[in-house]
Design a binder for this molecule. Structure first.
Ligand SMILES: [Cu+2]
Length: 146
């Protein structure tokens, strides 16, 4: 009897997995291939309705949306330091994310959902220090992989 229930639950999970939204994992690290203080990966392409889960693998990081870098009508989000945040991205567009303590060190990420509708506005946002260079690169990906 118990086995039947488990099997049914698995079948249901498999079904929703096919039809449902994907989850993208972005980890926060003190060190990565691209240097110190990084989101891994720092560029994600997602579909509307997908979720992105930010996990602080190393301590001292957070994930929050950057002002002016979410599509119109989207609520900004802000995770606390060391806090795991999961956001569901319903609207098409680009989403710029930063780690507040390491923003100037270039700890930023870009998520493109569906059609990047707000690229121009988002790309016009000014950033401190190394974040400027990292975003220039990330917007390059957004255009190139379209
Ligand atoms: Cu950080």
């Amino acid at each position: 009897m118990k086995k039947t229930i488990v099997t049914a639950a698995c079948a249901l999970l498999a079904l929703t997995g096919v039809a449902g939204a994907a989850e993208h994992l972005i980890e926060m690290h003190n060190k990565g291939e691209k240097g110190a203080m990084v989101f891994v990966p720092d560029f994600v392409r997602a579909a509307p309705g997908d979720t992105v889960r930010f996990v602080a693998v190393d301590k001292g990081h957070n994930a929050e949306s950057i002002k002016g870098m979410v599509p119109a009508g989207v609520e900004p989000f802000k995770g606390g330091v060391n806090e795991e945040v999961t956001v569901t991205l319903e609207k098409d567009g680009v989403y710029g994310i930063k780690c507040a303590p390491h923003y100037g060190m270039g700890m930023v990420a870009l998520v493109v959902v569906g059609e990047p509708t707000n690229t121009e506005e988002a790309a016009a946002v000014k950033h401190p220090g190394k974040a400027k260079k990292v975003f220039a690169e990330l917007f390059g990906h957004a255009v190139a992989s379209k």
